[in-house]
Each structure stands twice: as C-alpha cells, then as structure tokens.
Design a protein around this ligand. Structure first.
Ligand SMILES: [Zn+2]
Ligand SMILES: [Zn+2]
Length: 350
C-alpha cells in the first residue's frame, strides 16, 4: 500500500509500506475517510513541534481515520469483519487511571501511549492497523466522512460543551471558524443555543459559517469585536464563549465579550493570551474552562446524538482528495481557505 509521511517542511512524501497483519486484539481496516486536523498542520506539516514521546515519530500521518474492518486478529471480543468503525485517535495503555476513565489522550504510560498518525501509523494509507479497544461502532445512518470527525473534531467540541453547558438560555460566541469552530456552531445549534455569533479573519470561513447556517451573526475579526458582540446581546455580552482560534486577540475577545457570571471555553491549542484578571474575570464572576479531546464513552454518546439530531459532520467537508493527491489536501488545509479537508477512498470519493 501507499502511505503519506510528513517530513516537516510543508511537503508530503508518498512511500510504499507493507499492509500490516493484525496481531492479538488488533484489526486491519480498509480506510474510507481520513480527515486533516489543524494540529497536523501546526505540529507536523510545517515543522515537527512535539517533543519526546509526544512528538511525531515519522509514521504514516492522519489521526482522524474512519474505515471498515477487513481482518481481525485473534482475541477480538466485540468487533468483526465488515464492521464500520470510528477510531479513538490515541491508543493508550488501557490500565492507567486516565485510560480507565476513557481519556486515552492523557494516558500516563510513556511506553504504550501512541497516537495514530503521530507515534503509530495513521489513516493516510490504504489500510490501518488499529487496536480493538480503540474502536467505536459507526451506525449505518452516518457516513465514513461523518465518522472521521467524531473523535478529534466534534468529540473535542462535544466534551468542552458538556463542561460549560449549552441551552436555550445561551447566546454563544465562537472565535475561530475553522473546522472546530464550525463544529461548535453545529453542536450549539442542536443543543438549543438561542443566538450564535462567530468571528474569523478568513473570508472563506465566515462565508461557510453563514452558508451552512451555523452562525446567526458572523463578524470579521477586528478591534471592535467586543463592542459588536455587546450590541448583538442587548449590551450584556454572551453567556458562553468558545475560543477555537488560539489567537491571542481572539481569546481576549472571547473573555471580554462574555457577560457577568458567564463561562468561557478554550479549545484552540498553542499560542498565548494576555488578560487583566480583575476587570476581565474576577469582578464579573466569570469561569474559564480548558478542555482537551474527549473520552471513548462520550464519543459513543455523541454518535448516538448525531443520529438522533440528523447532524452530519461530513457537511463541513468542503474538499475531498484521493490519496494520490494528499499533498494538495495538506496544502489547502494549511491555507485555511476551506472547511474540513479529507482524503477519501472507495464510495466516499465517488
Ligand atoms: Zn485532530
Ligand atoms: Zn493509559
């Protein structure tokens, strides 16, 4: 099979690799959809940022895979040939406290914590070797391109939104309308948010948020954003703000445009922010949450909700590429002038 590797200089290398054979507790998947994440661009594509066991270890890229089981190794207990599956993108030891809670993202085992596409082969190839314990059933109502976004993209957002709570009481501000910001709009809509305001600097993204109906108001990012958000909310500010940009100005906007007693969620990774704690947070009784990825059980809950809500993450996919054109896929994602970008196979490409 052919696999895509990221040498860290904004290029992609396609190389021949053997089709793996599943060992005990492992399955072989035929890849169907493999989405590109902002963190792939930030931490691997342009340069290799991660350090030590957290770093990219020269494996086949792609940590948002979704596919169909074509072969099961001995000892598999739940999944079998032909099953359509989503993969939780970090394979943990399964036994530390974080793993037992379902948060393999923060597995404490240096030896066994290996993320697909970072420390073990990922989804940018014809086939993927996965551990059965990392799999979640993909229901018939959802496509593989839907499933590819459940772990990292929509799962991360769903987890964070559980922490701050979203209901019909809330006006929500989303700073950063990349795929995670768009997913935030889609989920807040279904959770009943009464007003959704989005901010981004890239025109393609603000247009997409508007066209897909994921935001009620879309603002171009600028120095007046806090005043604009206040005007749209009767002078108060929003009850909930979610930063998906990791931009310092946008993060400060998210905090300052939140009203008294409001809650702010930071999802965007990297970068910095400068706040004045007394006026920005303390005197207005605000709470700031950070949230990192999600758990396997909450992913299962999300999958159930997506079906109930008839919500399809694949609607955010603006561009699909065959594996042979994976270089174009990463370059487009790096430009930001797109929604979600995915490498697709078989029926997902037609
Ligand atoms: Zn990701
Ligand atoms: Zn663990």
């Amino acid at each position: 099979m052919i696999g895509a590797y990221l040498p860290g200089n904004s290029t992609v290398e396609l190389r021949e690799a053997p089709i793996p054979n599943p060992g005990h507790g492992e399955v072989l998947l035929r890849m169907k959809a493999s989405a590109i994440c902002g963190s792939d661009i930030r931490c691997i594509y342009h340069e290799h940022l991660g350090k030590g066991p957290e770093g990219y270890q020269g494996v086949i890229a792609g940590h948002e895979p979704c596919g169909q089981i074509v072969k099961t190794g001995p000892g598999c207990r739940r999944f079998g040939d032909g099953d359509r599956v989503i993969i939780y993108h970090i394979s943990g030891c399964g036994l530390c406290n974080d793993c037992r809670r379902g948060y393999m993202i923060s597995c404490t085992s240096e030896r066994y914590r290996r993320a697909y596409g970072w420390q073990r082969d990922g989804g940018m190839a014809g086939y993927l070797l996965a551990e059965e314990k990392d799999l979640i059933h993909l229901p018939d109502e959802l496509s593989y391109a839907d499933g590819a976004q459940v772990a990292c993209g929509f799962g991360t957002v769903y987890e964070g939104l559980q922490k701050v709570g979203i209901s019909g009481n809330d006006a929500v501000l989303i700073t950063g309308l990349g795929p995670v910001g768009l997913a935030t709009g889609a989920l807040c809509r279904k959770l009943g948010a009464s007003l959704i305001i989005g901010i981004d600097v890239i025109e393609e993204r603000t247009r997409l948020a508007r066209d897909l109906g994921l935001c009620d108001e879309v603002l171009a990012s600028g120095p007046d954003n806090v005043a604009q958000v206040r005007r749209l909310t009767g002078g108060h500010g929003v009850e909930r703000a979610v930063d998906c940009s990791a931009n310092d100005q946008a993060r400060a906007t998210a905090v300052r445009a939140t009203r008294k007693w409001g809650k702010i969620l930071f999802l965007g990774e990297g970068g910095r922010v400068e706040l004045n704690p007394s006026p920005d947070m303390i005197h207005d009784q605000k709470t700031l949450f950070g949230s990192w990825v999600t758990s396997t059980w909450l992913m299962e809950e999300l999958v159930e909700r997506l079906v109930r809500w008839n919500l399809h993450p694949a609607d955010l996919v603006t561009h699909r590429f065959a594996l042979e054109r994976v270089s174009d896929a990463y370059a487009l994602m790096a430009s930001g002038k797109c929604g979600k970008v995915a490498v697709c196979f078989d029926e997902e490409l037609r």
